[in-house]
Each structure stands twice: as C-alpha cells, then as structure tokens.
Design a protein around this ligand. Structure first.
Ligand code: SF4
Length: 342
C-alpha cells in the first residue's frame, strides 16, 4: 500500500474525504477502493489505479492453525515478517516488526544474524496489523492485541513505532486498547526512559536473558554498551514513573542460562523491587542459531526458584515453532524469498 500517495491524492479533496478514507482503511478494513461506495466513482477509480489497497503478502500457517506468518513485501521490494497468534481464550495477537533486520545482532535471534537493512515507517507497521485485521474480519473475528516483538528493536525506531502505536490505539484507527499493546526491547535505557514519560498505558517488556554481564554480553552484544546495571536502572525509573507492570523476558537455553544457580542470581538482581510490578516471562529458546532449548524440567526448576523468591512467573506457549514464526526465528522466509528471486 502506498500511504503517501493516498495522502497526496486526498490532500486535494475536502477534509471530510480524508476522514472517509481513514474509516475505509482502518474501520471498514476494505481491501478494494471500489467497495468504498461512499466515495465518488471518479475518486475510487483514481485511487484504485494509483494506490490500490492490496497488501503484497505470502502467507503460511502452523499445522494447528494457532499461528500464521505473513511475509509482506513493501513498495521498495523489502520484505518483513509478521505473525498472528490465536489464543484459546479468544485473543488474537499480531506480532509486528519494527525494522527490516536488526543491528543488535543478538546471538539467540535469527533476525540478529541477518544484519540491518532499514527502519520501517509507521505506515509499514500499520500495514502488518491491517493485514491481520482484514483476515480476521473475514472470519468475523477481530484483532485484539499487538506486540512489537517481531524483527528489529522498536526503540531504535522510536518515533515511527510510537506513531504506529497511536494509530493502532486511535478510536478512528484500529481502536486497539492501549493496555493490549506491548513493546518489547532488548534493553535500551534511553528508549525505556522515554517511553516512561509518554502518556500511554501500553505495556513494556525488557529482555534480560542472563543474570550477569559476562553471559549477557555473549548472548546480546548490546550489553557491552548498556550493561545490566544501566538497563535495570532505566527499568526502575519506568516503574517509578508509570506504576505499570513490567515484563522481564528470559529465554532459557540448554546448559547456557538455565541452571538453578542462575535463577538465584537473576532473582538477586531484583531484590527489593516491588513484587506486584514485575513478572518474568520464561520461554524455551526457539532453535535458530546453534543453541538448544532448555528441557521442560530445567524450566520448571528455574521458575520454582524465582517463585520461591517471591517473583511472579509465566511460561510462554511456544507459538509458531514449526513455521519458524516464533520469537527469535523471524528472518528465514524473507531471506529465502530474496534468494529465490529471479
Ligand atoms: S532479539 Fe530483538 S533486538 Fe536482538 S537481534 Fe533479534 S530482533 Fe534485534
């Protein structure tokens, strides 16, 4: 979709036409201007020819149909992956990408291994959500949740991500409740502090993945620049400023960061923190770069240690593993697609 072109064409129209077009795109979720009979035919024809509403997508789904992954190709030929998770409780969560590739090069992440191409625009992020919203509408369902956990580090593309968040939350946009929108960061202190000052009720998740700087720097090179102390200081600031709950993401890798002693060390980092405001999200590593996922027993023991220390723990369902649509696995399809191009 070419939003800039749509905006340009509509800028010559009365302002109520722009409002109509916004409703056509975000509320009615139309995929064809010709279905927007509220617009005069001459305008519909022009929009349909010069900036059609179709989204260029290649779709795949997991065998249990609970996860679908779409590869969306933008106007410049760049492709990005986005995932839809269908939860048993009825939530429909779109995982959006914020960048094509990622410069942070986390060793536990396929995206990190593909390098960085460019930031996405807010419109390109919205296009990912729109794609899922349209598909769900066909099944008389609606998109209920958004997580910025796809390709890229959202805080390296802060303004565009926040612009997308505002439109997702806008009653005239996709109207998704702020409390149902989450941003996940590898731990960029400036971004965490900046988000804390926004008047937004959205959720924040910070990836820690290791209880000490030595191991964290190995898994996440960004830790050499922003070590655990600086990440946690920013997280504490976020809690004090917002009073909102903070999710700590920890991916368990077999024999690397899944030992009970490491759980104790992790718990110690959060000694004295308000227990009601933090919770740990434990997930088994999704194979993508040579490591192995922690055994279920190791994850149970790890969780038990944290709980004994008074910390709340959730364990994440492994969405999308079979389709390489799980966290840390996005990148494969876009790379493959590029290879397959004539
Ligand atoms: S885990 Fe996130 S921040 Fe790290 S390389 Fe992957 S996409 Fe980037």
């Amino acid at each position: 979709m070419d939003y800039q072109k749509i905006k340009k064409i509509l800028s010559a129209e009365p302002s109520f036409r722009r409002r109509q077009a916004e409703k056509i795109i975000f509320r009615d979720l139309l995929a064809d201007w010709q279905a927007a009979t509220v617009l005069p035919k001459i305008l519909r024809d022009r929009l349909a020819v010069e900036c059609p509403l179709g989204i260029n997508t290649h779709l795949s789904a997991s065998p249990d149909q609970r996860t679908a992954k779409a590869l969306i190709t933008f106007l410049d030929g760049s492709a990005v992956e986005t995932v839809l998770m269908s939860h048993q409780d009825g939530r429909r969560t779109a995982c959006l990408s914020a960048q094509i590739g990622c410069p942070l090069a986390c060793r536990i992440c396929a995206t990190g291994q593909m390098g960085f191409k460019r930031n996405l625009t807010a419109e390109e992020m919205l296009e990912q959500a729109l794609f899922w919203a349209r598909r769900l509408k066909e099944k008389k369902e609606r998109l209920t949740n958004i997580v910025f956990m796809g390709m890229g580090e959202p805080f390296l593309n802060y303004e565009a991500v926040l612009a997308a968040v505002r439109k997702l939350n806008d009653p005239d946009g996709l109207n998704i409740g702020a409390r149902h929108i989450s941003i996940s960061t590898a731990g960029l202190p400036d971004g965490i502090r900046r988000l804390a000052k926004e008047k937004l009720q959205i959720n924040l998740a910070v990836s820690i993945h290791a209880p000490d700087d030595r191991l964290r720097s190995e898994l996440m090179p960004i830790n050499k620049k922003f070590n655990l102390r600086s990440v946690l200081a920013a997280a504490e600031y976020y809690l004090s400023k917002t009073g909102r709950r903070l999710m700590i993401e920890y991916t368990l890798i077999k024999a690397v960061n899944d030992q009970p002693a490491q759980a104790e060390a992790l718990a110690e980092l959060f000694d004295g923190w308000p227990r009601a405001l933090i919770f740990f999200n434990l997930s088994a590593y999704n194979p993508s770069a040579g490591f192995q996922p922690a055994d279920p027993d190791a994850i149970r023991q790890f969780a038990a240690v944290l709980r004994r220390r008074g910390l709340s723990v959730t364990k994440r369902y492994r969405f999308g593993r079979g389709e390489k649509a799980a966290c840390g696995q996005l990148a494969g399809a876009s790379a493959r697609l590029k290879k397959n191009k004539p």
